[in-house]
Design a binder for this molecule. Structure first.
Ligand SMILES: O=C(O)CCC(=O)C(=O)O
Length: 202
């Protein structure tokens, strides 16, 4: 049974983004299942030799044997949750992709965030198409051109939305999920990605 309807997408940022504001057919139960059942954990990253706890919970699931390197750490994907595997298959089919993993982020409230970056790790290949699904609290997705400090645009990502970051986006733009005072409820973001096996770290 299809969990998605990917119709009436808006093309944004000169075609670098496709946005489907209400793509998930039943976003409330999907949020609850993933909130309760995913193996959320609190991770650290090392910046200039110092460990920092990242301001959100996360987990990375996917096909067996995949690994990725993120801020100097090599992590192996955990096995798919069946619902996420089904969603990935449906997204791949609808969009003509071969994504094989999903990075799941849980922003517990408006104090959780993600800093400026591009999804440009070597394992993603030179022109990844990253599919980003939002469930729960609406938060702004901020965009700026690479090499600039000024924010270019903010896109509010609605409950049940799907944002497709197309090939080219990661080489030209950075994105971030800024803190938002006053948001007390949680948001889940799922970014479906293809980890390219033969360049993946082991
Ligand atoms: O939570 C979001 O919408 C952004 C997630 C993100 O930037 C990422 O996973 O690389």
């Amino acid at each position: 049974m299809s969990m998605l309807h990917l119709h009436n997408g808006e093309s944004l940022l000169d075609g670098e983004l496709d946005f489907y504001p209400a793509a998930v057919i039943q976003p409330d139960p999907l949020f609850d299942i993933l909130h309760q059942q995913l193996p959320w954990h609190s991770d650290t990253i090392t910046v200039y030799g110092k460990e920092h706890r990242i301001p959100r919970l996360q987990c990375w699931l996917g096909d067996a044997g995949l690994a990725y390197t993120y801020s100097g750490k090599t992590l192996h994907t955990l096995p798919w949750h069946p619902v996420l595997q089904q969603l990935n298959q449906q997204l791949n089919q609808a969009l003509g992709l071969n994504n094989n993993s999903v990075l799941c982020n849980l922003y517990r409230d408006g104090n959780d965030s993600m800093g400026w970056h591009s999804d440009d790790e070597a394992e993603l290949g030179p022109a990844p198409v990253v599919v980003s699904m939002t469930l729960g609290a609406e938060r702004d997705f901020a965009l700026r051109k690479k090499g600039e400090t000024r924010m270019f645009a903010k896109l509010p990502l609605s409950h049940g939305s799907v944002l497709v970051m197309k090939a080219g986006m990661q080489s030209r733009w950075q994105h971030a999920l800024p803190k938002r005072a006053g948001i007390a409820s949680a948001r889940i973001n799922l970014t479906f990605r293809q980890l390219i096996q033969d360049t993946a770290a082991v």
